[in-house]
Design a protein around this ligand. Structure first.
Ligand code: HDD
Length: 673
């Protein structure tokens, strides 16, 4: 018999204790002075502590991910609320029972590991479920489609998007020639370009973005029957974005804006949640649905055609203990699937299934990356794989092969509980060919445009104009206009006008059915959980009003940050209050709303250029701005129309003021101004 799995691991590793030791546990007497011959003599080669310390430091960095290098992650759990047992045997989706632990990593794509969080980019949304049947990695994005239809184009796409190779400029952005050169010559990018130029590419927070599995996958039940599925994550905090100017400023003011937001929300007990939804479709011979080729990752299935059924909830409730060990070393692979989840022939997914396994080999230095603590499955592991760099298991016994008699025949293959590929007959010519049904690159791009609200359209026009104006070669701009002309006549003419170019004749609107679910424009006020409200104060501030506002906000999971001329204690109208931030080290872009507090110092505060500058900026970014008492004059000083939507003012910070403020905040942004 082979050894029980528990025995097949390294001896207990006692990390911790009070004294400093070497990597192998020898206590160290001095870590400030190297071993020298005399106090001023040469350093001795037998200083094993010095050599080990420096050797380890020299190797502290590992290659960053070639894409999605910049990211952050959290632990949590997934609770299934509606069984999909009729379509899958995967227990994580079929058995309503104990929660399944998860680890989720969010990321940008193009930037290096130290780049800014708020760059215009796709966001990675990678979820690992540690199921009893093995790890399941649903490695998705915050957009439901992709730039290219075949994974063989991925290196081209990424080489074009990354900093240009001769000058290594620009960092973390697509606003440069090589990206738009590639995009303009690759019309299949059209639909994804619309998403990346939309507000989806500058989320307010990871907590306020949707996630998508992108590809069509298969679910397989215990009878072997297959159903096609697309996975969706719906944020409980609603869908919200930044505005472009904010995103750019935050890149300098707080490059860790998204990372900090997630960490602080979890730290404060405001656990972010997403509902898992599925769109289920019949697995037909051709995997087509209403004219949409389900194997084409540049297409989505409108929710109006196939509604998203919510089946469970993901909650993130624990920050990692160590960024490197967990967030950096997590090795997601699209091939990590439990029995009951299978792939389709989507050519992008097929290439991914090779790429992720391959990439981890170099990034994590050898074939045993699955043994790193964050990658270890919860399910028992029993392979015949042995040795290699970084082998952490101590495998006992003689039989590391099958079939064997010496090990009692173990491990033997699993019967009904095994992952089994859906049997399908295949026939076709072996060729490098693309299906004709992948041919329409524009209809869904037009559908996306026609589903947007007026402010969202304005932002898309602004984004294309910004990016293309940064291209140095005029012919690249012209070629992109050619793509936009195939999408919509208004879009192309507005972008052309910003570029000082003549617009080509564009597609007239009205020939596609819009999908309202694609718009992020809220239909009503939503949750304010996780919002940050900045309150500007001066000495003599009305501390009772601030307290009332804070109580109302914290009751709904939002936070209040006191901004004063200096950090520390500020004398208030009655008593004192503690400033969280100093005015000289923070700016409006870091807050969801800005309030000027009333009190005896309010008129001084209202006169400060800093107050006017930040209020007008918050107003321009469509945020809630408010003031009470003598501070109301600050709104006028900043040129703000005090009757505009999202402007809240009152003589006192009473119950009515606080209620109006919370209602205004629940809309996130006031686009009508
Ligand atoms: Fe990818 C990382 C998502 C296409 C090759 N990808 C990576 C991550 C996410 C995605 C979220 C970061 C995982 C983490 O947090 O560690 N990738 C996608 C999505 C795609 C996609 C949603 C299209 C639908 N990717 C894609 C293709 C290829 C790759 C077509 C190659 C053929 N992706 C990789 C990679 C990465 C990666 C090189 C880099 C680091 C890593 O895998 O672990 O293998």
């Amino acid at each position: 018999m082979s050894a029980p799995v528990e025995e097949a691991v390294a001896p207990t590793w006692a990390l911790g204790g009070d004294v400093l030791t070497t990597a192998t546990g020898t206590p160290v007497d001095d870590t400030d002075n190297s071993l020298r011959l005399g106090s001023r003599g040469p350093t001795l080669l037998d200083d094993f502590h010095l050599r080990e310390k420096i050797m380890h430091f020299d190797h502290e960095r590992i290659p960053e991910r070639v894409v999605h290098a910049r990211g952050t992650a959290a632990h949590g759990h997934f609770r299934l609320t509606k069984s999909l047992g009729h379509v899958t045997k995967a227990a994580v989706l079929a058995d309503i029972g104990p929660d399944v632990p998860v680890f989720v990593r969010f990321s940008t794509v193009a930037g290096s590991r130290g780049s800014a969080d708020t760059a215009r980019d796709v966001r990675g949304f990678a979820v690992r479920f540690y199921t009893d049947e093995g790890n399941w990695d649903l490695v998705g994005n915050n957009m439901p489609v992709f730039f290219i239809q075949d994974g063989i184009k991925f290196p081209d796409l990424i080489h074009a998007a990354k900093p240009e190779p001769d000058r290594e400029i620009p960092q973390a952005q697509t606003a440069h020639d090589t990206f738009w050169d590639f995009a303009s010559l690759t019309p299949e990018t059209a639909h994804m370009l619309m998403w990346v130029m939309s507000d989806r590419a500058i989320p307010r927070s990871f907590r306020t973005m949707e996630g998508f599995g992108v590809h069509t996958f298969r679910l397989v039940n215990s009878k072997g029957a297959s159903t096609l599925v697309k996975f969706h994550w719906k944020p409980r905090a609603g869908m919200h974005s930044l505005v472009w100017e904010e995103a750019q400023k935050l890149g300098g003011i707080d490059p860790d804006f998204h990372r900090r937001d997630l960490w602080e929300a979890i730290d404060a007990g405001n656990f972010p949640k997403w509902d898992l939804g599925v769109q289920l479709m019949k697995d037909t011979d051709d995997q087509m649905f209403e004219g949409i080729d389900l194997l084409d990752p540049t297409k989505l299935v409108p929710e109006e055609l196939v509604p998203v059924t919510i089946v469970g909830t993901l909650t993130l409730d624990r920050n990692p203990d160590n960024f490197f060990a967990e967030t950096e070393q997590v090795a997601f692979c699209t091939t990590h699937v439990p029995p009951g989840v299978d792939f389709t022939d989507d050519p992008l997914l097929q290439a991914r299934n090779f790429s992720y396994l391959d990439t981890q080999l170099t990034r994590l230095g050898g074939p045993n990356f699955d043994q790193l603590p964050i990658n270890r499955p919860r399910a028992a592991v029993n392979t015949t794989q042995r040795d290699g760099y970084g082998q952490a298991a101590v495998h006992p016994g003689r039989a590391a092969y099958t079939p064997n008699s010496i090990g009692g025949g173990c491990p033997y293959t699993a019967g009904e509980s095994a992952w089994v590929a859906v049997p399908r007959s295949m026939d076709g010519i072996r060729a490098r060919a693309r299906a004709e049904s992948f041919g329409d690159h524009f209809s869904q791009a037009t559908m996306f445009w026609e589903s947007m609200s007026p402010p969202e359209r304005e932002h898309i026009v602004g984004a294309f104009s910004f990016e293309l104006s940064k291209c140095e070669q005029p012919e690249i701009r012209e070629r992109v206009l050619g793509i936009l002309a195939n999408i919509d006549s208004v879009l192309v003419s507005e972008v052309a006008a910003h570029l000082g170019l003549k617009a080509p004749k564009g597609r007239p609107s009205g020939d596609v059915v819009p999908s309202p679910a694609l718009s992020m424009q809220p239909l009503g006020g939503g949750s304010i959980a996780g919002r940050l409200v900045g309150v500007l104060v001066e000495a003599g501030a009305d501390v009772a009003g601030i307290k009332r506002l804070r109580a109302a906000l914290t009751a709904q999971g939002a936070n209040l940050c006191v901004i004063a001329p200096h950090v520390g204690t500020v004398n208030a109208l009655s008593g004192s209050l503690t400033a969280d931030r100093a005015a000289f080290s923070t700016q409006s872009v870091e807050y969801d709303a800005l309030v000027v507090a009333g009190g005896t110092g309010a008129s001084t505060l209202a006169e400060q250029p800093y107050t006017a500058l930040n209020l007008s900026e918050a107003y321009r970014h469509h945020k809630v701005v408010a003031a009470w008492g003598d501070a109301q004059v600050a709104l006028a000083n900043a040129g703000i129309d005090s009757d505009a939507s999202g402007v809240v003012r009152a003589n006192k910070a009473d119950k009515a003021f606080v209620e109006s403020f919370v209602t205004a905040l629940s809309w996130h942004r006031h686009w009508s101004r």
